[in-house]
Design a protein around this ligand. Structure first.
Ligand code: EPZ
Length: 427
């Protein structure tokens, strides 16, 4: 498909109801976990996004059959006979590294190309390797390919993660379910997507407890004790948070459906601190605002701290708030590229190492802007909805990785927005 561009006009309108899709950062790992069961696993509430297509390609390359029916994915791993994931796929999506753990769990070996970094940081995997080595995995890197073997099998271990890495926790989890004996992962990541993965693994016959807390314990089972299952992916808390920021920007009210409000406690606390009214139901959150946006300080941290994946969206809110906000990015080393694009629209942001000092302005001006990463791109579109004039957002491939029908959902909330071929845009 040729390049497209989102054209959005500043009509300051987002009101109504919108439903989120399943969580990208869960669904990708649930798909990888299906490798641990011989047969057909069914996943519901899987988002229609390009990262899911790439993970499907990774699984098919391993020998699995992947079929989609709307938001339901069926993954038949009966014919999986390879444990190799080549660079051409890993370079398309670094989350492919999530097959490392289940391949080791199933075959006792794996050959996965080392993932590179990306715009937001080096994205190292040293903690993945240290954790897996504690289980008895031996690694060798041969021309950029990670070769994993388990010469003496895998035995449970007590592992302390140096940082509560989401990916390292997940790979440890998916490998240790077939490691002999007891495994404990201390300082584990506590993100809701980890709990979702553990629930699926338990439905497959694994014995995992404590997921969602910083101490996860696993009793290893024999590989043939693991079986396919049917599982529904949790709602995407970052997609939900993105639409809630949209409602906070325009005044709303915007109601986001299909999300557990407990996943968004910190973001909801910050929305209220900025002057928004937020109501919560069992699977929905409503935001509205009738008073000026108030400045706020934000520290991004592992869950339950403020999510780094909502940092750009809240920087946009802060850019239009009264007074000065300080946003500190503690998770990734280079996640302020959004600021440069926002400044082109008239925002007043000063970057100092991992702090962004954001002085509120009364208005932003529409401009041609470029997505630098998934969440920055989504925030730039929101900026266009509250800017004066027209904004064109380029490099939509970033947005399409993680947001299903983003422009369509915003249009359903009243945004003046359309996707057009890039060559149709003048200037
Ligand atoms: C997951 O990335 C998400 N991606 C990210 O979402 C999210 O921002 C991140 O978790 C934090 O919540 C997926 O789930 C596909 P980490 P992950 O391992 O697993 C460093 C989005 O926009 N680190 O918790 O890679 C790492 O470099 C994306 O949807 C090491 O140094 O996150 C980073 O600075 C962006 N060594 C920090 O830790 C390691 O071995 C957090 O990484 C592992 C990580």
């Amino acid at each position: 498909m040729n390049q497209e561009v989102i054209i959005v006009r500043g009509n300051h309108t987002l009101t109504g109801d919108v439903s989120v899709a399943g969580a990208k950062n869960s669904a990708l790992k649930l798909m990888a976990a299906a490798l641990l069961g011989q047969g057909a696993t069914t996943l519901h509430n899987v988002p229609l996004i390009s990262d899911i297509e790439i993970m499907s390609e990774v699984l098919e390359r391993l020998g699995a059959a992947v079929t989609r029916d709307g938001h339901t994915l069926t993954i038949d791993t009966s014919a999986v006979d390879s444990c190799e994931t080549p660079y051409e796929l890993v370079s398309k999506m670094r989350a492919s590294i999530s097959v490392l753990g289940p391949l080791i769990g199933r075959f006792g070996e794996a050959r996965v190309a080392m993932p590179g970094g990306c715009q937001i940081g080096a994205r190292k995997i040293d903690m993945h390797l240290v954790g897996l080595e504690a289980l008895g995995v031996a690694f060798d890197v041969d021309h950029g390919v990670l070769q994993a073997t388990t010469p003496h099998g895998m035995r449970g271990a007590h592992v302390y993660l140096e940082f509560p890495s989401v990916g390292a926790t997940e790979n440890m989890l998916m490998a240790s379910v077939t490691a002999e004996g007891h495994t404990a992962i201390e300082n584990a990541a506590c993100e809701p997507e980890i709990e979702d993965l553990a629930n699926m693994l338990n439905a497959m016959g694994a014995k995992v407890s404590g997921a969602g807390t910083s101490l996860i314990e696993i009793e290893g089972v024999a590989l043939d004790a693991l079986h396919p299952c049917e599982h529904t992916c949790v709602g995407d808390r970052i997609e939900a948070g993105t639409f809630l920021v949209g409602g906070a920007l325009t005044g709303g009210p915007v109601t986001v459906h299909g999300i557990d409000p407990a996943f968004l406690r910190m973001a909801i606390m910050k929305l209220r601190a900025m002057g928004c009214e937020v109501e919560c139901g069992p699977d929905w959150v409503r935001v509205s605002r009738s008073e000026p946006l108030r400045s706020v300080d934000i520290q991004t941290l592992p869950h339950p701290g403020f999510p780094t994946d909502l940092q750009a969206q809240f920087m946009l809110l802060a850019a239009l708030a009264d007074d000065v906000s300080v946003i500190t990015e503690n998770v990734f080393e280079n996640r302020f590229m959004f600021a440069a694009e926002l400044m082109r629209m008239g925002a007043d942001v000063t970057l100092d190492d991992h702090h962004a000092i954001v002085r509120g302005v009364s208005e932003l001006e529409g401009a041609p802007v470029s997505s630098t990463d998934l969440r920055a791109g989504a925030a730039l579109v929101l900026a266009g909805i509250v800017a004066d004039g027209e904004t064109s957002v380029h490099h939509l491939e970033h947005i399409d990785r993680g947001y299903e029908d983003y422009a369509g959902k915003l249009a359903s909330l009243g945004a003046d927005i359309r996707r057009v071929p890039a060559d149709a845009v003048v200037g």
